[in-house]
Design a protein around this ligand. Sequence first.
Ligand SMILES: Cc1cc2nc3c(=O)[nH]c(=O)nc-3n(C[C@H](O)[C@H](O)[C@H](O)COP(=O)(O)O)c2cc1C
Ligand code: SF4
Length: 476
Amino acid sequence: MSYPRVASLKSSEAFRRHLSESAIEIPFADDVADGPDSPLAQPLQVHGQRIGNRFCILPMEGWDGTKDGKPTELTRRRWQNFGLSGAKLIWGGEAVAVRRDGRANPNQLMINEANLGEIADLRKLLVDTHAEQFESTDDLMVGIQLTHSGRYARPNEKTKPEPRVPQRNRVLDRRVGVTDDSAILSDDELSRLVDDFIVAAVAAERAGFTFVDVKHCHGYLGHELLAAVQRPGKYGGSFDNRTRFLRDVVAGIDAATTNMHIGVRLSVFDFMPYCPGDDRVGIPEPESETTKIFGATPDGTAIDLAEPSQLIKLMQEIGIRMVCTTAGSPYYNPHIQRPAFFPPSDGYQPPEDPLAGVARQIAAVAELKRQHPEMIFIGSGYTYLQDYLPQVAQAVIEQKMADSIGLGRMVLSYPELPADVIAGEDWQRKKVCRTFSDCTTAPRKGIVSGCYPLDPFYKKRPERELLKAAKAKLNS
Ligand SMILES: Cc1cc2nc3c(=O)[nH]c(=O)nc-3n(C[C@H](O)[C@H](O)[C@H](O)COP(=O)(O)O)c2cc1C
Ligand code: SF4
């Protein structure tokens, strides 16, 4: 399949023409407004607090914590950049494990008594950095993402998967080396994990965070539980049982904290796992179990929002007011989660124009917003829009297709983007993420993540040579 690079579409007209010729529907505002009256500068109210604008920084981990789960200088630099971005909603900072066996890698942050001081300092650093650049921090909201990585846990060695799963899955088991039922978490183990999330939320409140994200996305444990249709017992089977974990965590946090709010990062749809075909273009992996997918049609190839919508309704009933949307998983279908022209080197070539992936997430979120206008929805997957991100962001907000525009990779290469757009500063084209995927490929090769192609800080680091060598080996 061939499609142009976004960078080759030199004008708004060319971009829009390409969308129309490709039958890809993405809203677009011709003139991006700036200043306090502009659509992207409008505040949001939630939990009686003001969020000062419509940009959100999505959680972005760096595989760069210490072995015991504390931040390093690299982690601090990333959080500083989040603070200076100008976005007024910081969704979770990055994935932080609630306990050791739930770490996705041996360098993932971990929230516990020993690490709490440094995690609190991380939040303070972000807020102080924001204060130096902008008028106020009263309208800045900062949460922390709490996670157990489940199937994708690698707590001890980067190369050693130690998966814990809610149910068996033929294709995904094969990929992480699950060969028998011993990887399945028992009901008792899941109940203990509920307690660990509650303890983590209490700690997060002491560290000064306004909300915790009880992560339910990207194939990690919370997300996989939502699809645990074949699991027996109280955490599997019916919709009620599959959402019990979330309900118990939320009730426990409400009871144990004084003023801690809760949000959820949710993969609002998912598809079956993909793998490289003969020409390395992604194809749905044969033998996939298509019924064990949350938010997909029975054949696993298209969106079905019935259950995700039911879940949003449930979330509202239990007091959740914000959902940070995303899709699928970076492990088994990255093209729907993180649209990219240059996929991670161990992945597959995109089976579609990545703009179709952007459009899919925007449309799914718009439909959920239409069905649940009271819920605050943060959108994701905008980075691939590149130079046209502000135009699309403004149109999405104006048309109430989402409440806030989440930024992931773009913030690694161009941290000041929200501030520039709102202040009407010149667009810094050289900083625009071109979705080279090095920030994903590096950690897959055991190297800290970062924007090696564009961020001068990472360009100079010795790991860049290691990454080059690792990529050359993969391509040889
Ligand atoms: C290097 C890297 C680290 C990420 N870390 C996290 C994370 O810790 N938690 C999470 O929910 N998503 C994580 N994501 C996914 C992003 O939050 C976001 O959903 C994704 O990159 C798509 O948004 P974008 O198109 O703006 O990049 C990560 C993505 C990248 C590239
Ligand atoms: S490495 Fe940089 S340019 Fe490449 S995808 Fe990541 S942020 Fe974008």
